[in-house]
Design a binder for this molecule. Structure first.
Ligand code: EPU
Length: 427
């Protein structure tokens, strides 16, 4: 596959109506890769991180680490060799944080290893206000001194001290930041009400390979015994469950039959159950998932998003698109983010019948969507528009696809491999 997905201003042109058939491979998980790359800041020796997806956010993270003084080499197999022994800048600047909120993930590692960190406050974004108060409160409870000034978080600490942290709300990157901070803290840290997402497990496994002592990851109670140093290691990022599931929804919507290789069915139970409820046949092996729409029309489903293991918010937009062409009425309740229905208004422009009431959307399936020029405001929203384009009559032009490129490696190549009529055109 080429690296074309990094162009920020292209459009995708999709001609709908082709059922998807064939097999594709899942790429490495963006939301596991980002914290794992931040964790290289903790290593005393060279780290090699493999199975990285070719995505904008990975490039941004490399730029961020590079500016801090990390020596980075990306080889042709998309493995990053990182040496963070000469870090001399402890700042995540505004221009990088504003393009990638996950830059906040350097806060915990910098603070715990070097005793200082300055990170631009991420602020709101297209899916909600998304504060980072719980990251900061946790670090303060571990002994950090934190000032918020001029739009930056300024944090210092001599050595963080292990303590009991009860998270008021389940937060994925918050849990990751605090878990990383705790690896080099003095004593034991217990994170209660921790996020249980598979990306937390991948990060903890990577940290343990580096010499950390973490237990309980994957449960709501993570126990981290601080150690003096962490060493370099070699680690491969797990496959991207959201990418896998997005292609499965595409196959269902188009009435196709596909197999997604390098998949983790154990991480997608809630999504696979919902897909089965639409009437498609889902099969799975240890590292693949198959979907066969069996030529039947889909039934609309009711979905409520919530932290793992419940239905992921990152699949909500794709199921809104699915419901818009399914038989009957489906409801979507978004409980994780306050403002994640921007895609609904673009889907309406393609003929979808969706009513949005706050964090609740009611969709009445229509016989067909019609192609239209559409633009998305965030990553999963733009994926839902591509899916809608795959079944719409005529041509759909999806603009602002730098959002898609943040999370889907070579989306048009993978879809074309499954038979879709889709092409990328430069502006
Ligand atoms: N929250 C707070 N205070 C905090 C942290 C979070 O109030 O200090 C709230 C948020 O505003 C939100 C809820 O807690 O309402 C959950 O947010 P969370 O912190 O879990 O989200 P995140 O860590 O910022 C990650 C993913 C998102 C994914 C969410 C939920 C990464 C880099 N990002 O974000 O991924 O939607 O968890 O699963 O891991 C995406 O890939 O499209 C994406 C947005």
């Amino acid at each position: 596959m080429t690296g074309r997905s990094n162009r920020p201003v292209d459009k995708l042109i999709v001609s709908g109506g082709v059922p998807l058939h064939g097999a594709i491979r899942t790429s490495g998980a963006k939301n596991a890769a980002l914290p794992i790359l931040a964790a290289t800041l903790l290593a005393d020796g060279p780290m090699t991180v493999g199975n990285l997806p070719h995505l904008h956010d990975i490039t941004t993270t490399m730029e961020l680490l590079g500016r801090m003084g990390a020596d980075l080499l990306l080889d042709e197999r998309m493995e990053i060799h990182a040496n963070c022994s000469n870090i001399r800048e402890f700042t995540a600047p505004h221009e990088l944080v504003r393009t990638m909120r996950a830059s906040i993930l350097v806060l915990g590692p910098l603070l715990t290893r070097f005793g200082r960190a300055t990170v631009s406050l991420p602020g709101g974004c297209a899916i909600g206000s998304r504060p980072v108060n719980l990251h900061i409160e946790g670090l303060v409870r571990m002994g950090a001194e934190v000032r918020l000034e001029n739009g930056f978080i300024h944090a210092t600490a001599r050595r963080l001290v292990g303590t009991q942290l009860v998270m008021q709300q389940v937060t994925v990157t918050g849990t990751e930041n605090l878990m990383m901070a705790a690896t080099l803290a003095d004593g034991t840290t217990v994170i209660e009400n921790a996020a249980r997402e598979p990306e937390i497990v991948d990060l903890a496994n990577c940290l343990n390979t580096m010499g950390a002592r973490i237990e309980g990851h994957g449960s709501g109670r993570i126990v981290i015994e601080g150690v003096e140093t962490l060493s370099g290691a070699r680690y491969a990022v797990q496959p991207d469950r959201i990418e896998t599931a997005t292609y499965l929804v595409a196959a269902a919507m188009t009435g196709g039959r596909i197999r997604v290789m390098d998949a983790r069915p154990d991480q997608l139970r809630a999504v696979l159950d919902k897909l089965a409820e639409t009437g498609v046949e889902v099969t799975a092996g240890p590292d693949w998932i198959g979907l066969d729409a069996r030529g039947r029309s889909l039934s609309a489903v009711d979905v409520t998003t919530a932290p793992f293991p419940a239905f992921p918010t990152d699949m909500q937009a794709q199921f809104t698109a699915l419901n818009s062409v399914a038989h009957g009425t489906g409801t979507i309740r978004e409980t994780v983010f306050e403002n994640r229905f921007m895609h609904a208004y673009e889907l309406q422009r393609m003929g979808a019948d969706i009513e949005v009431h706050g964090n609740f959307a009611v969709t009445r399936g229509v016989v067909r969507l019609t192609g239209a020029p559409v633009a998305a405001t965030d990553l999963r929203a733009s994926a839902s528009l591509v899916l809608a384009g795959l079944v719409a009559e005529g041509e759909t032009v999806v603009d602002e696809i730098h959002h898609v490129d943040r999370g889907y490696e070579c989306i048009e190549e993978k879809l074309a491999q499954l038979g879709a009529r889709i092409r990328r055109v430069p502006m």
